[in-house]
Design a protein around this ligand. Structure first.
Ligand SMILES: [Zn+2]
Ligand SMILES: [Zn+2]
Ligand SMILES: [Zn+2]
Ligand SMILES: [Zn+2]
Length: 789
């Protein structure tokens, strides 16, 4: 429309007579005339009448509407161009701010090199939200990444949150968060643009500078050189930092070249900051027990030692929910000469740039962490720290493990995240075992849980040098929580962690850590299976993702059981499932797929193999007395927990077969096993959908089972063909697990657990008393512990 008006004006104005411009009027004139005609025609509706055949009301307004639409499109294009220009200008300012902050950080690191090399980055593909107003800045070249119109493929570090162009990764090397630090100081990073808030979940465009309280940020809000602490998320203007550190920061101040920083110590700012910092250093002691106060006093003294020779404003004290679960690098010590990485590892490097742009660049893989040389010092742990050690099976059932691992890496120290089956859990446990308040989180299926439980046994035995020592001399076994990723997840169900990972996938790392923090420790019975196999017959099986241990597969049976043991029908199906999983690992991607396959195998089993009557083939002795098995049973189950093969509560729903014994309700810590039976696969199938009930046989604390012929047997879902022979089942002891509690009770449970833990640490009570008190609390709260009630 603007153009048309201009042309009309030009046409009506007297034509320019200058010979140089006469050609303009010569070709403008017919164009303008055509436009005038169009306008005139449009105004009176003749165009639409002539061209489209419309008449009347629509004929008169159709053309102006079309013109208005065209105008709107043109206007939006102009506005978009202006916005992009503004965006480009602000990202340019942000880019120079990031460059200055990066230069200043390099100067700082050159002036005070770290005693220990940092971990290597864990690069993953960066998904840029192209519609977002935020611009991310590359850690390498400080240029913007993924502006709305211009996009390079880029990566983000799952551990420290740094972002970089894929082409800049080579130059970055190992500069991730440090594994060890001598002092509890802030560890500065140049933020990729968005600043991380303390919970690392919701990034924010601007945070207050912890020195001047003015907004910090790179783009597009306040493009000033900014640093952010990788541990407590405090943000600071580099200029403010230089002012406070005065003469100690000439190189850093020099790097802030364009701002003309004159590094003068701002004493008043320094003093006011120091006093405000001191005033926040109060801890509510009124409610604390005397024992707890003493422990805190001791730890505070140790902390003061760690903070010596350090500017008071540099002290880093992460706070916020679940911050106690995080191990900080100033609690970790390295053996001399240790560089954190495995020297024998095949650290992959990027191919040379010269190989050509058409080849996709591979991200450098992180060097595997060498845990042996690192040690966590209990004396340097901050007050209230209850570190969590997370074992993530990235190959477990639903394969959601990788997502959980990345989430946890972002918040926890690299020592606290163990990737199974790649890493050895015993080695991973060693640096942390025995720390006060240590808790373990297993993200995986039932097989992974029993693997980690055995690893805890092995690590505890190794810590005492393999010698039998008193209960109170060995490091205490940490309680174990479970995020279920497997198919059955029976133990996780019983302990209130849910039937699958679905409910946990939308939790942040903090949510997971908080769930662990608020769970109640209970002591669950474990049982030992020992027996002789007859000569010439060997077993087969073992869960796919767990390497076979020494002693497995030879002639003696020696296993530990936590959940249940099945002989006969159910074990036959489980064995078929296990063999299929070995043969076709790709089929087992989803939990639902696994269940369908399991059902199908069950149906196949039911139609093809007539089950054998176990009452003739198996002899059972319970607590020294022979037990008569009902005729016609095809499956025998020995239960420790009240969930069998994916959530069936066999004991509570089962009927009694005329027993003399009065049966107790099933408990996880009562030292008793429950023996139940089914009449074949059809009966088992009806049990699973709640149409029938199993037969209760007895409740006992020791058992001897004789198989007169080889038959399938499963222990905690791990199936194998068990040769003929006799084996005994006896209690091995108890293992601490974590039970989820109703949110309303969580704080009470946490306070009681804290008091019990402190009492044990200060040797007010023995390990045994501690276990007994925890179990007493769990029994008292039994009905209220279930988070779903
Ligand atoms: Zn990193
Ligand atoms: Zn770059
Ligand atoms: Zn900090
Ligand atoms: Zn500031």
């Amino acid at each position: 429309m603007v153009l048309l008006a201009l042309l009309t004006t030009l046409n009506s104005a007297s034509p320019c007579n200058h010979p140089k411009f006469s050609f303009i009027s010569s070709w403008l004139a017919p164009l303008a005339e055509a436009c005038c005609r169009l306008l005139r025609l449009g105004g009176c509706g003749q165009v639409t009448e002539q061209v489209l055949g419309c008449q009347g009301f629509w004929g008169s307004i159709a053309f102006p509407i079309a013109l208005a639409c065209l105008g709107a499109v043109l206007l939006s294009m102009v506005l978009k161009a202006c916005w992009e220009l503004r965006h480009a200008m602000s990202s340019e300012r942000g880019s120079s701010a990031a460059q200055q902050a990066g230069d200043a950080l390099s100067a700082l690191k050159a002036a005070a090199p770290s005693e220990y090399p940092p971990a290597s980055h864990a690069w993953t593909q960066l998904e840029v939200d192209k519609g977002a107003a935020q611009v991310l800045y590359c850690t390498g070249c400080h240029k913007p990444i993924g502006s709305p119109t211009f996009y390079h493929s880029a990566s983000a570090c799952a551990a420290c949150g740094a972002v970089a162009h894929d082409s800049c990764l080579r130059g970055l090397g190992d500069s991730c968060r440090p594994l060890c630090l001598a002092k509890a100081t802030h560890w500065w990073q140049v933020p990729g643009a968005v600043l991380q808030t303390a919970d690392k979940g919701t990034p924010s465009a601007s945070l207050p500078c912890h020195l001047c309280q003015q907004g910090c940020g790179l783009a597009p809000v306040t493009p000033e050189p900014t640093w952010q602490c990788g541990f407590c998320a405090a943000a600071v203007h580099v200029q403010c930092w230089c002012n406070v550190h005065g003469a100690a920061a000439p190189g850093v101040a020099g790097a802030l070249r364009s701002r003309g920083a004159d590094a003068q110590a701002d004493e008043s700012l320094s003093d006011s900051c120091a006093s405000s910092l001191a005033s926040t250093d109060t801890e509510d002691e009124e409610w604390a027990s005397p024992m707890r106060r003493r422990t805190r006093e001791l730890r505070r003294r140790q902390r003061r030692i760690a903070e010596r020779d350090m500017h008071p404003l540099d002290a880093c004290r992460p706070s916020g929910p679940a911050s106690g679960a995080v191990l900080l690098p100033w609690s970790v010590e390295a053996a001399p000469g240790h560089d954190g990485a495995d020297p024998g590892s095949d650290a992959e490097s990027l191919p040379d740039r010269g190989r050509g742009w058409w080849r996709p660049r591979r991200r450098p893989k992180p060097r595997p962490l060498r845990r042996e040389g690192l040690r966590v010092s209990a004396a340097r742990l901050p007050a209230g720290c209850r570190p969590v050690l997370a074992f993530v099976n990235t190959k477990s059932g639903a394969q959601a493990g990788t997502a959980f691992r990345q989430r946890l890496l972002r918040s926890l120290h690299p020592l606290q995240v163990v990737q199974l089956p790649r890493e050895d859990p015993v080695v991973a446990l060693r640096p942390l075992l025995g720390l006060p308040g240590l808790r373990v989180l297993v993200i995986g299926g039932d097989g992974t849980v029993s693997w980690v439980l055995s690893a805890i046994d092995d690590a505890t035995a190794a810590a005492t040098g393999g010698e039998a020592v008193g209960d109170d001399e060995a490091p205490p076994a940490p309680p174990v929580g479970i995020i279920p990723l497997g198919t059955g997840n029976d133990l996780a169900r019983v302990l209130g962690w849910g039937a699958g990972a679905a409910g946990w996938l939308d939790h942040s790392a903090l949510g997971l850590l908080e769930a662990v923090e608020h769970a109640a420790p209970v002591h669950v019975d474990r049982w030992r299976l020992r027996g002789e196999r007859r000569e010439g017959e060997g077993g087969s099986g073992g869960k796919g993702n767990r390497p076979a241990k020494d002693g497995e597969g030879d002639d003696t049976l020696d296993k530990t059981m936590t959940n249940y043991l099945g002989i006969g029908t159910d074990a036959g199906v489980a064995l078929g499932f296990h063999r299929m999983r070995e043969g076709y690992p790709n089929l087992f991607g989803s939990q639902l797929g696994n269940k369908l396959l399991y059902t199908w195998l069950g149906a196949q089993h039911m139609l093809s193999i007539p089950g054998s009557d176990l009452s003739d083939l198996v002899q059972v002795e319970a607590d020294g007395k022979p037990l008569e098995l009902p005729a016609g049973i095809q499956g025998l189950m020995l239960l420790n927990i009240n969930s069998f093969m994916g959530g069936v509560d066999l004991w509570a729903t089962s009927s009694e077969a005329g027993l003399e014994q009065t049966l107790q309700p099933q408990r996880l810590w009562d030292g008793k096993l429950e023996l139940a039976a089914v009449f074949g696969i059809w009966h088992l199938g009806k049990l699973q959908i709640g149409l029938d009930s199993a037969i209760r046989l007895c409740q006992c604390s020791e058992l001897s089972i004789t198989l007169t012929k080889s038959m399938p047997m499963q222990v905690d879902g791990e199936a194998s063909q068990q040769p003929a022979g006799t084996f005994t089942v006896s209690r091995q002891g108890q293992v601490p697990m974590l039970q989820r509690v109703h949110p309303a009770l969580a704080s009470v449970v946490k306070a009681v657990t804290d008091v019990l833990d402190d009492a044990r640490e200060d040797e007010g009570i023995s390990r045994k008393q501690h276990a007994a008190l925890s179990s007493a609390m769990a029994t008292a709260l039994q009905d209220k512990l279930d988070p779903n009630n």
